[in-house]
Design a protein around this ligand. Sequence first.
Ligand SMILES: Cc1cc2nc3c(=O)[nH]c(=O)nc-3n(C[C@H](O)[C@H](O)[C@H](O)COP(=O)(O)O)c2cc1C
Length: 147
Amino acid sequence: MSSYQIIVGSMLGGTEYVAEACEETLNELGHQTLVHLTPSFKEINTKDQHWLICTSTHGAGDYPDNIQEFVSDLTNTDQDLNSIKFLVIGIGDTNYDTFCYAAKNIEKLLISKGCKKITDALTLDMSEDIDPEDLSQRWITEINDLL
Ligand SMILES: Cc1cc2nc3c(=O)[nH]c(=O)nc-3n(C[C@H](O)[C@H](O)[C@H](O)COP(=O)(O)O)c2cc1C
């Protein structure tokens, strides 16, 4: 059983539903979870934690407003983050040539800080007729052996 900090970047609210669906599945699989809808870096446990970042992309490849301060604090920290293992789910739209840039950029940032990637990010294209909650739940179930 692992302890998951679920960190949400969302402008219009859609990604919050994805995060809640992930929480449900992680709990069913026996993991502990805490969802951060307004993530504050200093309040999120960094010791022996799993982090699940669920973020959309806005502007032209930008982070959603609610996660910008978190990303800035993460960028500037000199804390030891080596014990964090992480997953990323990106929500975006392939009509933008900056498809899921927030997810891709935070993945690079976490790696640069010494965090360990559990597996490649899941990116979901909202221009397709998809159910992002369902796809995220299936993905977590499929990779459960790694969690
Ligand atoms: C103004 C605006 C800018 C966007 N820019 C991007 C972008 O650069 N890259 C991308 O992949 N998706 C982009 N999107 C698509 C959103 O990521 C997508 O609609 C997502 O479902 C929104 O999730 P949210 O409700 O959690 O904010 C943009 C959407 C809007 C409305």
